[in-house]
Design a protein around this ligand. Structure first.
Ligand code: 9D3
Length: 249
């Protein structure tokens, strides 16, 4: 998989891809990340990438010409396995299902929005998808591009040593089994500052551990992510056993 990133801050991407899964993916030759400076596609002496909005208003917008020139020079033609993504606050909300779909592509261009936004003709006539990573205000698309590259890279075959988590998540729309969060997990020491690991986890009773994990995962989901449970069918019986099953979305 090749990721092209189009940005006015190429230096921003010095760090994020040098660690962990992203670094391994690149070293294994499974992914390649090419950073492109938008200013390289300007035609004027001042390398202008922005301009004022027609109709008035605060701030500046990214102009269309350098963005179209860059994408058209990276890909003179486009195949169905090459997608252009515009990262903007107005985009469709990125999620695990979109990550799974993007991981099927051969090559992606990620256009990082900046200032007050991007001339709408980029969204209408150049990008295949306009994506946001969440309902909060960022100062540009660079962090969003890094988030999407991380989420997609770990789904690319040959990036994770052990395939199981990758395959598992690719069956789930959200990455949460049956619409439930992971259960709380503990490692040593068994007593840290007087905060003790739940006794059952030290008991060696695998059936009791399984029940505790299922119940505590449901409790935690209800507390932190009740939205996930609205799509989950929960069954309980008198020995306080419970199980959750994801309903069809
Ligand atoms: C008048 C409201 N504007 C500023 C408060 C809207 C606005 C313009 C430009 C909000 C954010 C931005 C810059 N953000 C992005 O380019 C962006 C983004 C985001 O802000 N949130 C979540 N995902 C993304 S992806 C790109």
């Amino acid at each position: 998989m090749i990721f092209h990133v189009l940005t006015i801050f190429p230096e921003f991407f010095r760090g994020p891809f040098e660690h962990g899964v992203l670094r391994r993916g690149r070293e294994a030759g499974a992914v390649e990340i090419r950073i492109h400076n938008l200013r390289d596609w300007t035609a004027d002496r001042h390398k202008t990438v922005d301009d004022r909005p027609f109709g008035g208003g605060e701030g500046m917008l990214l102009k269309p010409e350098p963005i179209f020139s860059a994408v058209e020079s990276i890909w003179p033609e486009r195949s169905p396995e090459q997608k252009v993504l515009l990262l903007s606050a107005q985009g469709r909300l990125f999620n695990q299902e979109i990550a799974n779909q993007l991981a099927q592509m051969r090559e992606l261009v990620l256009i990082c929005g900046r200032y007050e936004g991007v001339d709408e003709r980029v969204a209408e006539h150049l990008a295949d998808e306009e994506l946001s990573i969440g309902n909060y205000v960022l100062s540009g698309g660079e962090l969003a591009a890094a988030v999407i590259i991380d989420a997609v890279t770990r789904l690319v075959p040959g990036v994770l040593g052990n395939d199981s988590s990758r395959l598992f998540e690719s069956f789930q729309g959200t990455g949460h089994a049956a619409g439930v969060l992971d259960c709380p997990q503990y490692t040593r020491p068994a007593d840290y500052r007087g905060w003790k690991v739940p006794e059952v986890l030290l008991s060696g009773n695998h059936e009791e551990i399984r029940k505790w994990r299922e119940r505590s995962a449901l409790e935690k989901t209800a507390r932190l992510r009740p939205d996930l449970l609205s799509r989950t069918e929960i069954q309980t019986n008198p020995d306080s056993e419970c199980s959750a099953r994801r309903l069809q979305s």
